[in-house]
Design a protein around this ligand. Structure first.
Ligand code: X5A
Ligand code: ZN
Length: 718
């Protein structure tokens, strides 16, 4: 939705600026995008398979119907902006396809069944119906409508539910249920119509979108990322060029990223690991202007094609990460997905996340399996020459299963027994397995979904005069009586809190924290003149409330007196000074980060260390503290706060000692997600900082398994 908002050049917030500096700042009119488009039309259910074909019989109209029904069930449809579909023009289709091929598809409109069978037989895993051509034009048109809605600022992001899918189709060929390449056409269209120079395509469908790869192989302006079931080329489409060493060609070298999965049963932790250690670092460096997701859900649990194990909420987390790029401009376009329940729940998780709802906790044992780590290592090694973020990657020889040592094979046997492996009969759309997954998902979704707190963000800021500089937040009044507070701060260095201002801020902070714990708000901000005391009090309060795992990230030099042995608190301190010689322990980690200018160089620490540890720990609540002497700039603060919001159902408290209004504003923006993120231009971290991350990873990857991204790590971890 288009909202015209005053944008203050001084405070950079969508508020009508009324502060003292109003006279010296420029007030601009800015159209800030918000809202989520949903594009669907049941006309795209008007074609189906007319004969017996065990390869194609999973691609049914019910895929769209079931997904849309489930969106209605969760009341997500009414929260989206409805955008009508249209037919793509021939010119648009020819951005990717040849006119000869277009004529072939066009000619199927008037064919009888026998002729349709014959044309279908010319392609691999394809069926035509008299309505296929019409639907294929609508699928492309729907995708282009989505691009236009996002690029015009009518909405921030959106999803198009389309049939037929697109990512396998090629210039001269239909392939794998795909007729026109919706996403590839969309990328070409966006480049041409909006002059975009960097588009990221993320293909999380379980099949390799070789059609997209072919179109952009030599094009450095489109970065194509795909993970796919590969099994050393034993899985369809059986192509050599789906392996990790297909990095692009000519000018496009480095802009094609394939993560081949060589085993079935990949799950949430494997997908997250591929994001942390491959896609996200490269994507932050690439800095796309638009993200297209080839959004196939056959990579989800229960799918007869993929045989993978990712549960629906995994797609919420993947979506959330991608929303931090390209100023939030994200277009998801349906590709595959053949288990109706798994497909529809995953579609819902994607749309819900696009709408800005807090994410459910991600389930499962957070440890990638050996085969996944092997693939990830290979991709990182193959792409090291092209990306600064991989610059210090050890140039390890690429692992091959055939050369694997006996020790590794044995280790893997142990591992697979703890890793959920899908053992399903292939291609049995009506088997017991499908029903089993239905039942599993029914109860799983009840477990993980939760009511969204009525208020997103609460704030306790010391000077009420600053309140108007923040996005529309809730101001929390003092709620605690003196007696309660006394109990709370007993045992804490009370000397520090004799000052009335300090006491008041402490009371306000606890009031905010209580609202988070009672789930009246999602998250909150508290300013505090003595952050160390506030943090200690907040942590004690959380443990007293009965929380089992609180992740506390302290940015700055700060001493906290805490008992960190029972694992109820995990403390990560990002500090300038190397203070004690004490080595890191599982629950008390010091990350020494040297100030590196006001550049966006903190992403390597967040993606390569903090997020993997945080996801391994699976906190119930998050406390982020910005104390004195912080060594990361405002961009780093925003990045850290935004990316961590996927954890702990977004239940987080940010404590800020610095009263610098810019800092408070950046945190407020990240917590409310009112404005689209902008973390500044990418700059590689200094070698010193990168080596610190590496050292920590080596030290702790046995305790926090999501840190593992090379086979060497995995072996020493067993
Ligand atoms: C879009 C999509 C899969 C084709 C599988 C053929 N196609 N065995 O998921
Ligand atoms: Zn697929």
């Amino acid at each position: 939705m288009n909202s015209l908002i005053f944008f203050c050049n001084f405070c950079f917030l969508p508020e009508i600026c009324t502060n003292v500096s109003r006279d010296v700042c420029f007030v601009l009119f800015i159209a800030m995008a918000s809202g989520t488009a949903l594009i669907y039309d049941d006309e795209m259910t008007s074609y189906k398979l007319l004969w017996d074909d065990p390869v194609c019989d999973i691609e049914v109209p019910e895929r769209l119907l079931a997904s849309y029904e489930q969106l209605k069930h969760y009341h997500l449809v009414e929260r989206c902006v409805h955008v009508p579909i249209r037919e793509a023009t021939e010119e648009e289709i020819m951005l990717v396809h040849s006119s000869e091929y277009l004529e072939v598809v066009k000619s199927t409109q008037t064919m009888n069944e026998e002729e349709l069978r014959r044309v279908s037989g010319n392609y691999d895993a394809v069926y035509f119906h008299p309505n296929t051509y019409r639907c294929a034009k609508l699928a492309v048109g729907a995708t282009l409508q989505l691009i236009d809605s996002v690029m015009s600022g009518k909405v921030l992001n959106g999803m198009a539910l389309v049939r037929p899918p697109g990512h396998h189709s090629q210039r001269n060929a239909a392939n794998g249920f795909c007729v026109f390449n919706n996403v590839a056409i969309a990328a070409q269209y966006a480049k041409r119509k909006y002059g975009l120079q960097r588009i990221l395509i993320v293909d999380w469908d379980v099949h390799h979108g070789q059609g997209i790869q072919y179109v952009f192989e030599e094009d450095p302006s489109v970065l194509y990322y795909s993970w796919h079931r590969y099994e050393h080329q034993k899985f369809w489409p059986l192509l050599r060029e789906s392996d990790y060493d297909a990095v692009g060609q000519g000018e496009g070298k480095g802009f094609n990223i394939n993560v081949p999965w060589n085993k079935v049963g990949m799950g949430n932790s494997d997908y997250l690991a591929a994001f942390f250690h491959v896609l996200l670092p490269v994507a932050f460096e690439f800095a796309p202007e638009l993200i297209l997701v080839s959004s196939g859900y056959d990579s989800g649990i229960g799918d007869p094609e993929g045989q993978m194990n990712a549960t629906p909420e995994c797609f919420a987390h993947l979506t959330h990460f991608l929303m931090q790029l390209a100023n939030g401009r994200l277009c998801a376009v349906l590709e595959g997905g053949y288990h109706l329940k798994s497909l529809s729940e995953s579609v819902c998780m994607t749309v819900k996340t696009l709408l800005g709802d807090p994410l459910p906790l991600i389930s499962g044992n957070m440890a990638p399996c050996l085969s996944a780590i092997e693939s990830i290592q290979n991709v990182r090694a193959a792409h090291k020459p092209y990306w600064k973020c991989l610059m210090y990657e050890e140039a390890t020889p690429l692992q091959d299963l055939s050369t694997k040592s006996q020790q590794m094979m044995e280790a893997e046997l142990i591992q697979t027994s703890t890793h959920p492996v899908a053992e399903q009969a292939v291609g049995t759309a009506n088997s017991d397995e499908v029903i089993k997954t239905d039942r599993f998902l029914e109860s799983h979704m009840k477990k993980i979904l939760f009511p969204v707190p009525p208020v997103k963000t609460a704030a306790a800021i010391v000077s009420k005069a600053d309140a108007h500089l923040l996005p529309i937040l809730v101001q929390v009044e003092m709620e605690m009586n003196a007696q309660q507070l006394k109990t709370l701060i007993s045992g804490v260095d009370a000397e520090l809190v004799t000052e009335e201002k300090a006491l008041l801020s402490l009371q306000n902070m606890v009031a905010v924290l209580d609202k988070i714990l009672k789930k009246e708000v999602c998250n909150g901000i508290a300013e505090s003149p003595v952050a160390s005391v506030s943090t200690t009090v907040a942590l004690k309060h959380c443990i007293g409330f009965g929380l089992q795992r609180v992740l506390c990230i302290v940015v700055g030099d700060m001493d906290l007196e805490l008992d960190l042995d029972d694992g109820k608190i995990l403390l990560i301190n990002i500090c300038q000074k190397r203070r004690s010689e004490k080595t890191n322990s599982k629950y008390h980690i010091s990350l020494h980060w040297k100030e590196d200018g006001e550049k966006n160089n903190f992403s390597s620490a967040v993606l390569g260390f903090i997020l993997p540890v945080a996801y391994s720990y699976q906190p119930d609540l998050l406390i982020i503290v910005f104390g004195p002497n912080r060594s990361i700039g405002i961009n780093g603060v925003s990045l850290l706060t935004s990316l961590l919001q996927g954890l702990a159902k977004s239940q987080s408290l940010v404590v800020i000692q610095d009263t610098e209004i810019k800092l408070v504003q950046s945190v407020a923006k990240a917590l409310t997600a009112v404005s689209t993120p902008d973390f500044g231009a990418y700059a590689p971290a200094s070698q010193e900082n990168v080596l610190e991350i590496k050292r920590l990873r080596d030290q702790l990857q046995q305790e926090w398994k999501m840190l593992q991204c090379s086979v060497k790590d995995w072996i020493s971890g067993t």
